[in-house]
Write a protein that binds this ligand. Structure first.
Ligand SMILES: [Zn+2]
Length: 233
């Protein structure tokens, strides 16, 4: 990959079949990339970047200053959320697959001592999934009656960027299993949101009108949800 340096900032250059040039500052660490049509000379790239240097620097700075959550290690003492409640992780040695249980505010993870963070994260996700499976049917029943629609199917899924999604044609609803880490009203809000998509696909005035009618508090719950972790619906 080509690279140029402008004003002390290293910029990756991608040349491809395209009409216009553009610059992006990429999360998480503020890498800068310029995309340009195939035969654009370096001098043109340089002046393009130089003209936007102040703006680039501002973005890089903003990204680098952003606190990044430390990756979880899944060791004793770590705090994990269960339905919006902070719970302390206690890791106990176990043989076999491992399991998780909740005792008061202690989240007990029994796992083989040599299991890594990834395996343990998988156990917690399985547990969150089971929590959702327990909580969702009654809520779905309640809100289907209020909204006046029925979902043909719902499933918990581990999604990176969304709290829920809906396939209106097939009347399918996916719910992010990380919702089990958030306060119960967040799950309720996402369920209502996805059910309303069975009436209106887009996030337009009609959609917001339904939300106001069925779940008047939706704006503050949404804010709470999106303030906690990255993700949107
Ligand atoms: Zn939506």
């Amino acid at each position: 990959m080509d690279q140029i340096t402008v004003g002390g900032i290293d910029i990756q250059v991608t040349r491809k079949k395209m009409k216009n040039m553009y610059i992006r500052v990429l999360p998480p660490d503020g890498r800068v990339r310029i995309s340009a049509p195939r035969r654009t000379p370096d001098a043109v790239l340089r002046s393009f970047a130089a003209a936007r240097l102040e703006c680039i620097q501002k973005h890089v700075h903003k990204l680098r200053a952003r606190p990044r959550p430390a990756a979880c290690q899944f060791v004793s003492g770590e705090i994990h959320q269960v339905w919006g409640r902070p719970c302390r992780l206690e890791v106990l040695p176990a043989s076999g697959r491992g399991r998780i249980s909740l005792a008061g505010d202690a989240l007990i993870l029994q796992a083989p001592e040599d299991s890594g963070a990834e395996k343990r994260a998988g156990l917690l996700n399985d547990w969150y999934r089971a929590e959702l499976k327990q909580a969702v049917p009654a809520l779905l029943e309640k809100w289907q009656q209020v909204v006046g629609v029925r979902a043909a199917e719902w499933r918990p899924r581990n999604m990176r960027t969304r709290w829920g999604s809906c396939n209106p044609r097939r009347k399918r609803i996916w719910l992010n299993l990380q919702l089990a880490a958030n306060p119960p009203e967040c799950l309720e809000y996402v369920i209502v949101h996805e059910l309303v998509h069975l009436l209106e696909i887009r996030h337009n005035d009609r959609f917001r009108g339904f939300m106001d009618k069925f779940y008047p508090n939706w704006r503050s719950v949404r804010q709470r949800l999106n303030g906690r972790t990255s993700g949107q619906i």
